[in-house]
Design a protein around this ligand. Sequence first.
Ligand SMILES: Cc1ncc(COP(=O)(O)O)c(C=O)c1O
Length: 384
Amino acid sequence: MPHSRLRIAAEPAERADTLPVAAPIRQLEPYKAVSSLEHIHHNPDIEPHKLDWNEATVPPSPKVIEAITGFLGRAHHLNWYPVLNSTNLIERLARHHGVPGERMLITNGSDDALNTLCTTYLDAGDRVLVASPTYQHFLVFAQSRGAEIVHHYAPDPFETDVDGLLAALARAAPRIFYLVNPNNPTGTLYTPAQIARLLRAAPDTLVIVDEAYSEFAGVSAVGLLHEYSNLVVTRTFSKAYGMAGLRIGYALAREQVVADLRRVFNPKSVNVLAQVGAMAALDDQPWLRAYIAEVDAAKALMADWFAARGIECRPTPANFVMVRFEQAPWVVKLLMEEGVYVRDRSHLPNLSGFVRYSVGTVEQMKEVLARTGRVLDTLADPVR
Ligand SMILES: Cc1ncc(COP(=O)(O)O)c(C=O)c1O
């Protein structure tokens, strides 16, 4: 319908402010998404190094681009909804993981899986145990259901704490336990045997193991699925596969859990280009291995560079490192002026002074370290 023919009655402005939102949402502060994209777009003359959201620093495999452009070049039917429930991709992923398709839900990024899990399993007032500090957006999903978050902080944020978690599980008897493995931002990595202990200790708790960075670590809890019906593993194509902009991820769980998630899940929520891209990405495992090896080499380079300057740098099994600065907020701000976008984590409990750098290729990180050196020189200059 042409716009000119649409007549929308003007509402009094005050009306919008008074519309009541659902009770749990009233307790939530508006989520402050911090994205560097705006700054990047306003500074086109500086080559950006976007290291704030742990995305891959390179485009996905050329096979992904070929598959998507090939799809768009054919009779692509972008006017149709995508394959419902991504059954095309499920078949491919089932082979990849050796897990039956009935145990998979393909989602719009793994965020969508986490949100669907909270919608499906949480009632208002339920407790959710979180191994903290960790990925913050999960807290929003849980709180929006009216759940009470119980944080467990390990005595040392860079060490695993199975005994502490076992005690916290016994105390809180949570409906959901959320463990990011390897953790963002600390990199702590629990072994499948340790996770099995936690699963056994809490048979009535849904244990979500968020494996957003699992490809980098080479460790996964997927093999425990056949033994534990209270386990859900979430994975994503946003990190190691370099497809964050396409928004696709998945959950692996026992049939009954997946069936329960499907009660509320919208089967057309994964777009067709993401489906096509993800299938091609799975077919190019050599590309994935090469990128992971490159990130490993770059992490070692960064650790050496900071160590040589007496600065604490903690590499992680994921695609980021944590670096401790005396003046973290200033370092972050000055790095931004240099076109390097990192994430200040220094306000989080037990992480005072720490800044998270996502890690990309060796060549990129050499440039990032050169710019970091300039920032440190500026901060050290007494007549600044
Ligand atoms: C631990 C963790 N889980 C999930 C996500 C979101 O991933 P996706 O892009 O698949 O929604 C992130 C993104 O930073 C993350 O760090």
